[in-house]
Design a protein around this ligand. Structure first.
Ligand code: ADP
Length: 262
């Protein structure tokens, strides 16, 4: 079974040192919260073949067909304040993009804060959640969904314009074991550096090099308004920088962005 192979590949490593596998689960992030509360060690992974209620951000759902794609949630216990924990989402984007590039030969790019795109369509998404008490991060869940072997004809019509898969773009199937192993390895290296160096200039440069949005006109939707401008990339702390119509640079630490312009 592919999970056995993955366990072997991750032996002696941090991420994937322990893998809880479910043929079916409601949501791997939800399962990871359970494990986190029970005291699972950092690097523990919850993995599933199928999610009946895969989650996106803000209550949105993540389409999770059985047996084709990767649905993994990683439990981390970073000794950092909750305020800077979202930087982990950005490093996970860089790590996932690099891993997918290596495994597929394609050219994945990043859309702030949490999407990985191929030719402008979402091939993977990251859903970060955390449990914190006061100023202490108890644990951090890094949920990663990658559309691996989803045939284009199986992608639901309402997602065809915005979603794709490695197979739809590259024309070949790739074993999920390979994708998971590459993603976990890249993540482990990026996370280890992050714990030593924080959100380093190197990480920032790498994010901006992989950015799909830099130089493009984007709209940021905030709870109460929208702001359009040219995306300038991420700042030294991971905030999104936008050059607005008046020529002023604005910073965003959270929000939804679209590439529609106005
Ligand atoms: P975003 O950050 O792009 O707003 P989310 O991270 O919240 O999106 O992910 C949920 C959204 O992604 C859904 O509302 C839907 O539009 C889209 N989506 C759902 N399932 C998939 C999938 N398997 N692959 C790509 N996009 C998806």
């Amino acid at each position: 079974m592919w999970v056995e192979e993955l366990r072997k590949l991750r032996k002696g490593k941090l991420i994937g040192r322990e893998i809880y596998y479910f043929p079916e689960i409601d949501s791997t992030n939800r399962g990871a919260h359970d494990q986190g509360r029970k005291g699972a060690r950092e690097g523990t992974v919850v993995l599933a073949d199928f999610q009946s209620q895969g989650k996106g951000r803000l209550g949105r759902s993540w389409e999770s067909p059985a047996g084709l794609n990767l649905y993994a949630s990683i439990i981390l216990r970073p000794p950092i304040p909750p305020k800077v924990a979202p930087q982990i989402t950005l490093l996970a984007g860089v790590a996932t993009a690099n891993a997918l590039a290596r495994a597929s030969g394609l050219d994945p790019r990043l859309k702030w804060p949490n999407d990985i795109l191929l030719r402008g369509k979402k091939v993977a998404g990251i859903l970060s959640e955390m449990e914190a008490k006061d100023t202490k991060t108890q644990f951090f869940i890094l949920g990663i969904g990658v559309n691996v072997n989803w045939p284009r004809e199986d992608i639901p019509p309402h997602l065809l314009e915005i979603a794709t898969s490695l197979r739809a773009e590259g024309g070949r199937e790739i074993p999920r074991t390979l994708i998971a192993a590459e993603v976990f390895e890249e993540l482990e290296q990026a996370y280890t550096s992050f714990l030593q160096e924080g959100f380093s200039p190197r990480l920032r440069e790498e994010w901006n090099r992989l950015s799909w949005i830099n130089g493009k006109r984007v709209t940021v939707a905030l709870p109460d308004k929208t702001i359009s401008g040219e995306a300038l990339g991420v700042d030294t702390d991971g905030a999104l920088l936008l050059l607005d119509r008046e020529g002023k640079t604005q910073r965003f630490i959270a929000g939804d962005i679209s590439l529609r312009g106005e």
